[in-house]
Design a protein around this ligand. Structure first.
Ligand code: SAM
Length: 169
């Protein structure tokens, strides 16, 4: 697979354009489709990205396709998020793209992931959170300084998959 092949499969309309002004990003759960859902859009926008995923084989496949300045970190997203939060490091954008059955756990951990972002937080949602999900209601239950910005529909998979977009206040 080449980066052009990943790009050809990645419709820019499926990723929130408002976050593309970010210069740095943490791309959690970033490797499953070699970046088709997330990394490739950040690469197009010229961001410097750290991709974090539990699948080391996928990360090894992905790394040669992307800029040499990018980091590819193997491990559990929640553990690595805690380590980054403890270090005080932040990026302009944090993207969270778990498998659909992993969405509830990620939503519970939004306060942790929000600590890693200086501006944007983008996270996957499914029809289990509403069709379409009600971002204002969802964030009103999260104990973190997040302001709702947009819901972007990504695909019809399992009844609908969206990106929730928030800013960190
Ligand atoms: C929907 S795929 C991500 C697709 C990816 N964003 C892309 O654009 O190619 C979900 C990813 O979550 C990863 N994953 C699942 N549980 C994880 C965990 N606890 N920590 C880190 N990665 C995990 C899987 O290995 C898989 O690559």
């Amino acid at each position: 697979m080449t980066l052009d092949e990943v790009r050809a499969d990645a419709d820019p309309a499926t990723f929130p354009s408002c976050v593309l002004d970010a210069r740095t990003a943490f791309d959690f759960f970033g490797a499953g489709f070699l970046g088709r859902n997330s990394a490739v859009h950040m690469e197009r926008a010229g961001m410097r990205v750290s991709v974090i995923d539990a699948d080391d084989h996928r990360l090894d496949e992905m790394a040669p396709l992307y800029p040499k300045t990018w980091k590819f970190v193997h491990g559990d997203a929640f553990e690595i998020a805690r380590l980054i939060a403890d270090s005080g490091a932040k990026a302009d954008l944090v993207v969270l793209d778990p498998w659909t059955n992993g969405v509830p756990r990620v939503l519970e951990a939004l306060p942790l992931f929000a600590r890693l972002s200086s501006r944007w937080l983008v996270f996957g949602l499914t029809a289990a959170q509403g069709d379409p999900p009600d971002l204002d209601a969802l964030l009103s239950t999260v104990d973190a300084p997040l302001s709702p910005v947009a819901i972007v529909r990504r695909s019809d998979h399992v009844g609908g998959v969206w990106w929730g977009v928030a800013t960190v206040l």
